[in-house]
Design a protein around this ligand. Structure first.
Ligand code: NOJ
Length: 762
């Protein structure tokens, strides 16, 4: 495959001309890129001019190539120029053969896009995206996506349907597993990192693949967290929250976007021209292409927006869906054009967007893949990145009396108990079509490998699955706990309980797991819960029955090795929550960046249902925005995560009292490791705009930094804040920076209390 400079995306000729341009005029690389882009656009237009309407519509089709051998007719479709892309084919020989047919046997020789859901790894599986977000480490996330891209590319894939950048504040939603959580700033950082990892610096290189930011837009706000359910998101909220990561993805050069399945304010996203024409094209200038979700063009009629596929094709194509995934509705486009309902310009624009992407990927130069040119699958580097990602994703939620880390010299025997202790497939999580469970290191194996030589390890699965209510081995679990010095309980959800169409209304530990905790507790030994799950769980009912909690998400291939290292202190936990953990499901949506309301609650003024004085007047209940049975705070807040060290924040300062619009202010604070082990802390910057022409959130994340400190070492963490970072969409939905008063906090979670004030002035 081509590994030239970006100028080689179009052809050898382009490289020459672009280079000459640089040499003669001694101008920046942008000039050469511009020349290359012009030439590419010229080739796109030349090609388009030769295409029949059938061939154009062909480029707008993506067919399912099946999960095994693709159907024979795909070859015929390609010969006839009726297909622009396929998905779900990872057999490299067959992919190469299809590319050969496309190039050599179709009239115009247009190569094929080969899509696949490479969501958090290919054969080597990284933690679920929600877990990756818990690392707060974009560099590491980029490395993970690079590993995934390389493994996938070696199988003929040149386009992944990732990153998913749907902000979500509802842990009932099964797809929260695929998202970077509740916050637009963190989600944007993760989106950019993944795009950079997938697409690399040279899109035409053999080991880079096109990324796809999805699902455009609002999918994460599905009512009651029920997958595919309606979303109603006011435009202001849409722009200030849900669209931000998509904008960041477009600015980072993402090649494609996927339209969401969901209904947005009455117009399903797949037929929503506000999203795809006004915002994406006119405002953001996106020049890649938009693919529908699976059969979502047809579903416009199921939503009740249209009467059938012909009208659905009309709505989707005119709204800006350039390619239909796995559906037949676009078969109607030819008629719609013939009848004058759809102008040929609409089709030309869509096809241009698709061809441009193929040129940028270098597919016209060389679409073939030689697996021998790739590093081995699941090589040492891939496994090391997967382990590091798992290590940094684990969030310690509780550690009473310093029960963790377990001291090898004091713990002679450990009982490893639970349905997820030795479950190589379950720990991989959702969306792992190609994940290889035979590579998994389970928690039990990780512990055995690390301390098995000196420590006696007993293992009781206790429950066949995380959902089991019957067939439980509580007695054996109790006995194992009684005979050991410590208990490590692997609890949570197996992978099928999260992901697409796998939403839950009750997000407690499923099955009889809470009973298992209590049974084991009776043995009187230290109990450490390691929780593997695709979403935040409500752990209120077990938190007091365990001494420590490590929340490991679905940690992927190397999960067990990472967990063992943290349990025994080879590494310390450094993950921070990318999403709030509710006390109970009735608090949802609960997120740190809520608005103040006119009646803000405080811990002092709220009352608990058990403490209501029967003779007190109604007003004594506090009259503020809280739940009588749950207060107003989550069990663990966004950004929270404990360490084996402890960190102190102090001396917060702003570089000036005022910052002029268009300028930068520095907010800094002293951070000290006051513990007795080296450790990594993620310092977080939050800002509140006190008065706005639309009300502003109580706090918004504006920066974060991972800092490694030795015991007693201190440093000053600094955040540069440009006034553009304080911009928001105001009452008329335009982006504004308003002069006025701001507060900034620096600390270890969204509850940080170290505050400084500053003003933005004209
Ligand atoms: C449906 C999902 O919503 C989407 O995220 C995925 O990429 C496609 N199916 C393709 O598998």
């Amino acid at each position: 495959m081509t590994t030239n400079t970006p100028g080689s995306k179009v052809s050898g000729l382009t490289v020459l001309i672009a280079t000459v341009a640089v040499t003669i005029f001694n101008m920046t690389v942008n000039i050469s890129d511009a020349v290359a882009d012009d030439l590419m656009e010229k080739r796109v237009n030349e090609l388009l001019a030769q295409m029949s309407i059938e061939e154009k519509i062909g480029q707008m089709r993506q067919a399912n190539a099946g999960y095994g051998h693709p159907p024979e007719y795909l070859g015929d479709n390609l010969r006839a120029g009726e297909l622009g892309a396929i998905l779900n084919l990872v057999d490299v020989e067959t992919v190469n053969e299809l590319q050969r047919i496309a190039l050599e046997e179709s009239r115009l020789g247009i190569p094929l896009l080969v899509g696949r859901d490479v969501i958090h790894g290919f054969k080597t599986v990284l933690p679920i995206p929600l877990g990756q977000a818990a690392t707060w480490n974009p560099d590491l996330v980029e490395k993970g996506a690079r590993v995934a891209a390389t493994e996938a590319a070696s199988h003929g894939v040149n386009w992944t349907f990732a990153p998913m950048v749907d902000v979500t504040r509802d842990p009932r939603w099964g797809r929260i597993a695929e998202s970077p959580g509740e916050d637009p700033f963190l989600t944007s950082a993760m989106a950019v990192a993944m795009i950079q990892g997938f697409q690399g610096d040279d899109l035409a290189a053999g080991d880079t693949i096109a990324a796809c930011a999805k699902h455009f837009a609002g999918y994460g706000a599905a009512e009651s967290g029920r997958d595919y359910a309606t979303t109603n998101i006011p435009e202001n909220e849409l722009r200030n929250v849900y669209l931000k990561p998509f904008k960041a993805a477009v600015d980072a050069g993402v090649m494609t976007l996927m339209a969401s399945f969901s209904d947005l304010n009455g117009v399903p996203a797949t037929g929503n021209s506000f999203l795809m024409r006004q915002v994406l094209r006119d405002e953001w200038g996106f020049d890649g292409f938009v693919v529908s979700d699976w059969d979502s063009v047809h579903q416009l009629s199921v939503h009740g927006l249209t009467e059938g596929d012909r009208e659905s094709a009309y709505e989707a194509a005119t709204a800006g869906v350039d390619m239909e995934m796995a559906g037949k509705a676009y078969d109607h486009i030819q008629d719609l054009v013939a009848d004058g309902r759809i102008s040929v310009d609409v089709i030309d624009t869509a096809v241009r967007n698709i061809l441009r992407t193929k040129f940028r990927l270098g597919l016209f130069d060389d679409p073939y893949v030689n697996p021998d040119e790739f590093p081995a699958i699941a090589n040492e580097h891939a496994l090391q990145v997967a382990k590091q990602a798992a290590l940094e994703s684990i969030v310690m939620l509780r550690n009473e009396n310093g029960v963790l880390p377990l001291q090898k010299d004091r713990i002679e025997s450990v009982a490893v108990i639970g349905p997820l202790a030795d479950a190589p497939y379950e720990q991989l999580g959702t969306w792992i079509f190609d994940g290889d469970k035979s590579l998994s290191v389970t928690g039990l194996e990780g512990i055995q490998n690390l301390v098995g030589g000196d420590t006696e390890i007993s293992y009781v699965r206790a429950m066949p699955t995380s959902r089991s209510r019957a067939d439980v081995q509580f007695e054996e679990a109790y006995e194992a706990a009684r005979e050991s010095d410590a208990v490590v309980l692997f609890l949570g959800e197996e992978s099928i309980l999260s992901g697409e169409a796998h939403s839950r209304a009750d997000i407690n530990l499923p099955g009889a797991q809470a009973e298992l905790v209590r049974e084991v507790r009776k043995a009187g030994k230290p109990v450490i819960a390691v929780i593997l799950a695709g979403r935040p769980l409500t752990l209120t009912n077990i938190v007091d029955d365990v001494d420590a909690i490590l929340f490991a998400w679905h940690p992927g291939t190397m999960g067990g090795a990472a967990i063992a290292d943290i349990l025994f202190g080879v590494e310390g936990p450094s993950g921070k929550l990318p999403v709030s953990f509710p006390r109970m499901v009735g608090q949802i949506p609960i997120y740190y960046s809520q608005k103040n309301t006119g009646k803000p609650p405080t811990p002092e003024t709220i009352v608990h249902i058990d403490d209501i004085d029967p003779f007190a007047p109604q007003t004594s209940l506090g009259m503020s925005a809280f739940h009588l049975d749950a207060g107003f705070q989550p069990l663990w807040e966004f950004g929270f995560g404990l360490s084996y060290a402890s960190f102190e924040y102090d001396e917060i300062a702003a570089s000036a009292a005022d910052v002029r619009v268009g300028e930068t202010i520095t907010i800094s604070a002293k951070l000290r490791n006051s513990g007795d082990v080296p450790a990594t802390e993620t310092a977080q910057l939050y800002v509140r705009d006190l008065v706005g022409n639309v009300t502003r959130p109580l706090r918004e994340l504006k920066g974060f930094k991972r800092v490694r400190l030795e015991p007693n070492e201190a440093t000053r963490v600094e955040f540069q804040l440009h006034t553009d970072d304080l911009a928001f969409f105001g009452r008329d939905n335009t982006l504004i920076v308003e002069p006025g008063d701001f507060h900034a906090w620096i600390g270890g979670s969204s509850n940080a209390d170290l505050k400084v004030a500053f003003r933005v002035v004209d």
